[in-house]
Design a protein around this ligand. Structure first.
Ligand code: MCA
Ligand code: AMP
Length: 499
């Protein structure tokens, strides 16, 4: 029997001498060597006792080895659970426990902090460093290709929720492959493409949008460990495509070295994960001559809509539904709204996930009976089918492309001594798009200490979730129903980071 993803993404490259990864130190990895490395990691996972359907959690820095490990997991049928290296041990503990991972892989620097986490959850712990060294090494004998059906699980990707508890989105082989095929075609990817890859690889954007599309097309990637403006400017003349979050584009625009000449050979710039301001779109066009192609997706759905490669790219919109994906706009009562009216965005298609891991009730609450997934985003579709996202029904902050659910930060704040209650909001930020701000009401008679509060949060929450600004008030603004009026706070604090 076949292995749906492996057969499409990796098998065609076995033995190929074509370059897959260009590394910043001048090193290169060809497709064939990458496939062999993945086969070795599949063997190591099998030797560690993991079989099809078992989970492996990875909190690893971005590296070719990490990518090959994921490819090896797909080959061995092992479900991979990628985690942000910025997560604290406490956060990782939740993911390991919830996913029931049998193996946790980390960088050497995190080993001591994660040893108790692994032990508590009955998971084995092994080290895989970015340079490929560590206690988890590829096996000498290639691991077998495990048969996997299209609906079998490939990955669990955790996404925070409005309740403050993260949910594992179950993504199948067919979810990932169908979307990669649609995107590679829509964006005209070929084996002549060189994709500048400066995104993290523990999220949909860097993994399934960038890497899977490149693999499917047999394209090459300039694989940078992270986004660094100077390095990206150095590499851009060699790239045919760049994918990024809006912060990439605003940081590049702030650099005078970004010129029309620099990107003369680039054919496509793609943005997603957070709203791209129409102003950024027009500044980019004025400076480089290129119109950024904006697209829209979610962890749960991969990509839903995209502006066209060949047709009109409309600034401020996320384009039209991708082939095979249905997008509709509904009101609160679940009735279809006429074209041009704002409502809840719902999507259906082969890209839409199978549900939240071990959360059947949450899953049921977010799907309609006819299979549409309720995204929690608000939008409007124009006469030509272009979707504009106008807001979010869910309480979510997107900071530099990373999602922060206020509830999670509020729960952590409220649990600290001396805090009666808190409200966490996102406010405009020139670099990150939105930044996290907390408004805290101290217990009566306590003298609030912002530094101590932030230090306490630091032990629990990844840096990107921590407030960039902390304000104190005697009370939170509430409406007549007693609900905290976050819009009032957002209005009050909207100029906190004004340039
Ligand atoms: C880093 N920091 C952040 C962020 N990133 N704080 C808030 N928001 C962030 N996004 C912290 C660092 O820990 C550091 O803390 C301080 O901010 C300054 O870091 P800096 O060096 O400026 O940051 P950076 O390393 O340059 O990172 C900024 C970045 C990065 C390049 C925008 O966050 C990034 O690559 N974002 C992309 C996220 C992404 O791929 N999202 C896709 C999700 P300290 O000051 O304490 O040292 S997938 C998705 O959303 C869907 C499905 C979709 O549609 O794609
Ligand atoms: P996540 O699944 O956590 O990565 O975040 C998905 C959310 O990011 C979506 O539900 C949207 O709210 C937001 N998002 C992704 N792409 C865009 C975009 N191009 N414009 C506006 N919001 C976006």
């Amino acid at each position: 029997m076949a292995n749906h993803l492996h057969d499409a993404l990796f098998a065609p490259h076995e033995g190929s001498a074509r370059v897959f990864l260009d590394l910043p130190d001048g090193g290169r990895l060809d497709h064939g060597t990458f496939a062999a490395l993945a086969a070795g990691f599949a063997g190591a996972l099998t030797a560690a006792g993991l079989g099809p359907g078992d989970r492996v959690a990875l909190q690893l820095d971005k590296s070719p080895a990490m990518l090959a490990l994921i490819a090896g997991a797909i080959r061995a049928g092992v479900v991979f659970v990628p985690l942000n290296p910025a997560y604290t041990a406490a956060e990782v503990g939740y993911f390991v426990a919830d996913s029931g991972a049998r193996l946790l892989l980390c960088d050497g620097a995190m080993r001591a902090a994660l040893a108790p986490v692994a032990a508590r959850n009955g998971a084995a712990l092994a080290v895989l460093n970015a340079d490929g060294s560590g206690s988890f090494a590829e096996a000498a004998t290639p691991g077998p290709v495990a048969p996997r059906r299209p609906d079998d699980l490939a990955a669990l990707l955790y996404t925070s929720g409005t309740t403050g508890r993260s949910k594992g989105a179950m993504l199948s082989h067919a979810n990932l492959l169908s979307n990669a095929e649609v995107l590679a075609d829509a964006w005209r990817f070929s084996d002549r493409d060189v994709l500048l890859h400066a995104l993290p690889v523990f999220h949909t954007h860097g993994l399934f949008v960038a890497t899977n599309v490149a693999l499917l097309a047999g394209a090459r990637m300039i694989f940078l460990p992270k986004f660094d403006t100077g390095e990206v400017i150095r590499q851009l003349p060699r790239a045919s495509v760049m994918m990024g979050v809006p912060t990439f584009y605003t940081r590049l625009l702030d650099d005078p070295r970004l010129t029309r000449e620099l990107v003369r050979g680039t054919r496509l710039f793609i943005s997603g994960s957070a709203p791209l301001l129409a102003e950024t779109h027009s500044r980019w066009q004025a400076r480089t001559g290129h119109r950024i192609l904006e697209r829209y997706g979610m962890t749960e759905t991969n990509m839903n809509t995209s502006n066209p490669c060949d047709g009109e790219r409309r600034a401020g919109t996320v384009g039209t539904a991708l082939p095979g994906v249905a997008v509709r706009i509904r009101d609160d009562a679940g009735r279809d709204l006429p074209q041009g009216e704002i409502g809840s965005i719902e999507v259906r298609g082969p890209n839409v996930f199978q549900g939240y891991w071990k959360m059947p009730e949450r899953t049921a609450a977010e799907f309609r009976s006819d299979g549409y997934f309720i995204t929690g985003d608000l939008g409007v579709i124009d006469a030509d089918g272009y979707l504009t996202i106008v807001g979010r029904a869910k309480d979510l902050i997107i900071s530099g492309g990373f999602n922060v659910y206020p509830k999670e930060v509020e729960l952590a704040l409220d649990a600290l001594p001396g805090i009666r209650e808190s409200a966490v909001i996102g406010v405009p930020h020139p670099d990150l798009g939105e930044a996290v701000v907390a408004v805290v009401v101290p217990e009566t008679g306590t003298a609030p200490d912002a530094a101590a509060i932030l230090a306490a949060l630091g032990a629990q929450l990844a840096r990107f979730k921590q407030p960039r600004h902390l304000g104190f008030r005697d009370a939170l603004p509430r409406n007549s129903m007693g609900k905290v009026q976050k819009t009032v706070l957002r209005d009050d604090l909207r100029d906190t980071f004004a340039p």
